[in-house]
Design a protein around this ligand. Structure first.
Ligand code: PEP
Ligand code: MN
Length: 337
């Protein structure tokens, strides 16, 4: 059960609620986020919610049977919309387009990509400065120096930044230079990292684990939320299946299922999802029709020269065409809804 407390609740009233819950042998966790104070109580006893719900200091009370609670739509019916500032929003009511290279490589590379984004009115740029690579000999990113430059250049052009954080020690050093922290597919269940991100006041996009179920993805989001950060986005980026014809299998089933199970925005990454440049655009458009709140994809001036993931990266002509089509398909979806 989730209990939302009145922010002005007295200590005595709170103690009374806690003792009533303890009597029921429920385990209680207090959650304080940027937005509100909650008690998440887990237990077996069948109770009449009204006995607790009528106590002073309670704004709202709900029974949530899912493993995950605070991210469940059973509790919060209205979709979460994140405001990144300067008119950039992620969630219901708009289609977020995030594009950029797999890796941040140089000032010249960023300059070109940012101009491309500005020309196409794309407000969020992706790009890794810490790269999780399957081989230790591959390019592993420009690190903090790259991020500082990325931030400075993006700010000057009104572009927001999403970039991957790989470990707990990076959360603090990256904090002032990112607009959205990305948790990569290899880190979806890095619970220490998720706990650390619970302590920040910046949005966090969590990618689905390479072999992760949707329930596991939602539980990862629950970690961050229960740690104090409600600003969450989920991302379907393909899972590993028996199929070898594509890099991963983009599971578009995830989109309507997640939209039904959670109030959080759901984004699709067709680049890592299929891994083949020619098929990125159709899968991106399919993601929008499936109900995604946004698309994140890889783009580079010269994909064949990209330091990583060139084979799934769009060139600027392909990217501009995709942006146009994404907006058209999104408009069609709204018309059909
Ligand atoms: C990325 O988006 O740069 C990335 C490494 O993706 P994933 O974690 O989904 O593999
Ligand atoms: Mn990549």
């Amino acid at each position: 059960m989730i209990i939302q407390l009145d922010p002005t609740i007295s200590e005595a009233a709170k103690a009374d609620i806690l003792s009533r819950i303890n009597d029921l042998k429920y385990k209680v966790t207090e959650v304080n986020t940027q937005r509100a104070h909650y008690l998440v109580a887990i237990g077996k006893a069948d109770i009449d919610l009204r006995t607790i719900g009528q106590l002073p200091g309670i704004l709202d009370i709900h029974r949530v049977s899912d493993e995950y609670k605070l991210v469940s739509r059973k509790w919060r019916v209205r979709p979460t919309v994140l405001d990144l500032g300067d008119g950039v929003r992620i969630g219901e009511g708009s289609l977020s387009i995030m594009a950029g290279p797999c890796s941040i490589e140089s000032e010249a590379q960023m300059e070109k990509i940012m101009q491309h984004l500005v020309d196409n009115d794309v407000r969020i740029m992706r790009g890794g400065v810490f790269k999780p690579r399957s081989s230790p000999y591959s390019f592993r990113g420009l690190g903090m120096d790259g991020l500082k430059l990325f931030h400075q250049m993006a700010r000057a052009r009104g572009i927001k930044i999403i970039t991957e954080v790989m470990q707990v020690s990076q959360v603090e050093e990256m904090h002032d230079y990112v607009d959205v922290f990305q948790v990569g597919a290899r880190n979806t269940q890095n619970f220490n990292l998720l706990d650390a991100l619970g302590g920040v006041d910046k949005p966090v996009l969590i990618k689905r684990g390479i072999s992760g179920t949707l329930e596991e993805l939602l539980s990862s989001a629950e970690y961050v939320f229960s740690g104090g950060n409600e600003k969450l986005i989920l991302c379907e980026r393909g899972i590993r299946t028996f199929e070898t014809a594509s890099r991963n299998t983009l599971d578009l089933n995830a989109v309507p299922i997640l939209k039904e199970k959670t109030h959080l925005p759901v984004i699709v990454d067709p680049s890592h999802g299929i891994g083949i440049r020619d098929y990125v655009a159709p899968m991106a458009l399919a993601g929008v029709m499936a109900g995604a709140d946004g698309i994140v994809y890889e783009a580079h001036e010269k994909p064949e020269e990209a330091a990583s993931d060139g084979a799934q990266t769009l060139n600027f002509a392909e990217s501009a065409r995709l942006v146009r089509n994404l907006r058209r398909v999104y408009a069609l979806r709204q018309e059909l809804e």
